[in-house]
Design a binder for this molecule. Structure first.
Ligand code: NAP
Length: 294
């Protein structure tokens, strides 16, 4: 008698649909913009500085500009040559700081290596720092008083809130310790009273940390870094990673099919954190415009 055929365990995790949440939030943001314009006669404005001709950066900027159009935010893209100097960028930021039609300023990263990136980011008026990368806003995460929170971690938080995931007292593991994603995400979750561990490329035995996570946030930029054996049964898994495979497919840092059989909730890539990042930028820009109304 032949052995019975193995039946693959079906995915059990609820999908946290970032695309749907982003769509709903953008409807609300659009309504806020319409209301804001009718009350104050001012259209919220975002300036985006794009340096060089990196195709990925151009796509990201294009998506942000399109999203602005959809919700009625006025946007302006300023393109600079790859050879632009730090002094040129500082002067440009100063001009935008003084421009009353611009309420938010975003500098698309990465910048070329010869640019003093911290100096340029810190030149942005804190009240216009809608990406949340000014030193004041980064430092503010420590004490829980930013003007603007960085968009990707803010989006992660919104996804957890939307899925009614409790954060207080939960073991959170953040894989990835960058200044723009991993560290601010960890700080924002600590501010919600989670117990947070941060892992990075030099962490020894990553799995010994990830297996303890009630909430696992992965932002390493390594395709399929997280496999089912590394995930606790019933964990909530948020995949921030965006990786383009040689065939053009976009995947995250988590083995989605495998981990979805163990997790209670999981975000897909694409369609999870990505759409939320742009949505939080729109939200921050409308908040920024409101700060300029006396
Ligand atoms: P990054 O600056 O390259 O940082 C990656 C972090 O992951 C670093 O802290 C690195 O450790 C850590 N890391 C790398 N390999 C690892 C490994 N094998 N095990 C454990 N940790 C490892 O990248 P990022 O800007 O934070 O972005 C991370 C990912 O998120 C990328 O895929 C990016 O495309 C994506 N992303 C998505 C969005 C979105 O909207 N969905 C927004 C931003 C970024 P070290 O510090 O030790 O080097």
């Amino acid at each position: 008698m032949s052995a019975p055929a193995r039946v693959a365990t079906p995915p059990t995790a609820a999908i946290i649909d970032g695309r749907a949440l982003a769509r709903n939030m953008r409807c609300d943001i659009r309504a806020r913009v319409v209301d804001f314009v009718s009350r104050h006669g001012v259209v919220p404005g975002l300036a985006v500085i794009l340096v060089g001709d990196d195709p990925a950066s151009a796509i990201y900027v294009g998506n942000k500009i399109k999203a602005c159009e959809q919700v009625g935010i006025h946007s302006r893209t300023i393109r600079c040559d790859q050879g632009v100097t730090t002094a040129d960028l500082l002067a440009l930021v100063e001009t935008l700081n003084r421009d009353p039609a611009i309420h938010g300023i975003l500098i698309q990263l990465p910048l070329p290596a010869h640019i003093d990136m911290p100096a340029v980011l810190d030149a942005i008026d804190v009240n216009k720092d809608v990406d949340g990368f000014h030193l004041y806003n980064i430092g503010g995460l420590i004490v829980g008083s930013t003007v603007f929170s960085p968009c990707t971690p803010y989006g992660v938080l919104k996804l957890l809130e939307h899925a009614n995931i409790p954060i207080e007292g939960q073991n959170v593991v953040v894989v990835g310790a960058s200044n723009i994603v991993g560290k601010p995400t960890a700080l924002m979750l600590m501010a919600r009273d989670a117990t947070v561990s941060i892992c990075h490329a030099k962490t020894r035995d990553l799995a010994q940390f990830t297996i303890l996570a009630d909430i696992l946030v992965v932002a390493a930029g390594v395709p399929r870094l997280i496999v089912p054996q590394m995930v606790k049964q019933g964990a909530v898994v948020i995949d921030v990673g965006i990786n383009r495979l040689p065939d053009g497919t976009i995947i995250g840092d988590v083995d989605f099919d495998g981990v979805a059989r163990k997790a209670s909730h999981i975000t897909p890539v694409p369609g999870g954190v990505g759409p939320m990042t742009v949505t939080m930028l729109l939200s921050n820009t409308v908040d920024a415009a409101a700060r300029f109304i006396v």
